[in-house]
Design a protein around this ligand. Structure first.
Ligand SMILES: [Zn+2]
Length: 274
């Protein structure tokens, strides 16, 4: 059965630098396909120390939402681990253009030939039965994307780092599970990240079966993410939980195990049929 496992839940530089939470990425299995989203610092370590240990050689793809360090530090070592030290050419990397080209690419040229394919986010992508659609996000000066993953285990959305926009929710319509990077408790106009009330606005509009908050900065951690999530759940009438390091959310929890095969789902953006 599919799952989403949060190897790390740190957001914001301070939390990452002090490792108040781990900053490893998110391991995803959908319809038997294993994917790794945003391998921040410590991803290889947290994957191997996970119980049971997660095996990079089983990954079909690494997904990079944007090139900020807390999302990409371990991308090169994970490519090497995924390809058996570079000896077994396999796997895919999906990444923004500026992670691969320009002045300051984060993906080393040295590891690129280890991969079967490298794709830059554009339109729709397909990895072993999982369809992946990028959602352009406004986030500082880098190219950034949220992701919507469709498979036989439902629709899973990742609202990764972004500046809030009232049009965002429409891109995540129909998500059974919605994961949101919520760095700040209160909105600050100068910071291109979601705050808790803005996350609430998106959840209220999307109405997923389950919403998971992650990628916490200090204001979220100080206020106890579990209590904040519970408060949001109560006010919205939608299940909302806060991720903790190592948390696994199983497909059954978002209804993914009871769904018809991909393609049979209602896909009109209205959440119909749920
Ligand atoms: Zn970022």
């Amino acid at each position: 059965m599919g799952y989403v496992k949060f190897l790390g839940t740190a957001g914001a530089r301070f939390v990452v630098a002090r490792q108040l939470r781990f900053s490893a990425g998110t391991w995803i299995e959908l319809a038997g396909t294993q994917l790794l989203l945003d391998p921040g610092p410590g991803t290889l370590l947290r994957a191997r120390r996970s119980r049971p240990p997660l095996d990079p050689a089983k990954l079909a793809a690494i997904l990079l939402s944007h090139k900020h360090l807390d999302h990409s530090t371990d991308v090169n070592i994970m490519v090497e681990a995924m390809t058996d030290g570079g000896y077994k050419r396999r796997g895919a990397l999906l990444a923004p253009t500026d992670a691969l080209a320009g002045d300051d690419p984060v993906v080393l040229r040295y590891v690129r030939p280890f991969l079967d394919r490298i794709e830059t986010w554009n339109g729709e992508h397909e990895i072993c039965g999982v369809r992946i659609r990028p959602v352009p996000h406004a986030h500082g000066t880098v190219e950034a994307y949220g992701l919507v993953l469709d498979s036989a285990e439902g629709r899973v959305g990742f609202v990764t780092d972004c500046r809030f926009d009232s049009g965002l929710a429409a891109h995540y319509a129909g998500c059974h599970l919605l994961v949101l990077n919520v760095v700040m408790k209160d909105w600050k106009p100068e910071i291109d990240h979601l705050s808790l009330p803005q996350a609430g606005e998106i959840i209220a509009a999307v109405k997923p079966n389950l919403a998971v908050l992650t990628h916490f900065g200090t204001t979220m951690l100080r206020a106890n993410p579990r209590l904040l999530a519970a408060g949001l759940a109560e006010s919205l009438g939608i299940p909302v939980i806060a991720a903790s390091d190592g948390l696994t959310v199983e497909a059954a929890e978002w209804g993914g195990s009871r769904l018809p095969a991909a393609g049979e789902q209602v896909d009109n953006g209205g959440g119909g049929g749920r």
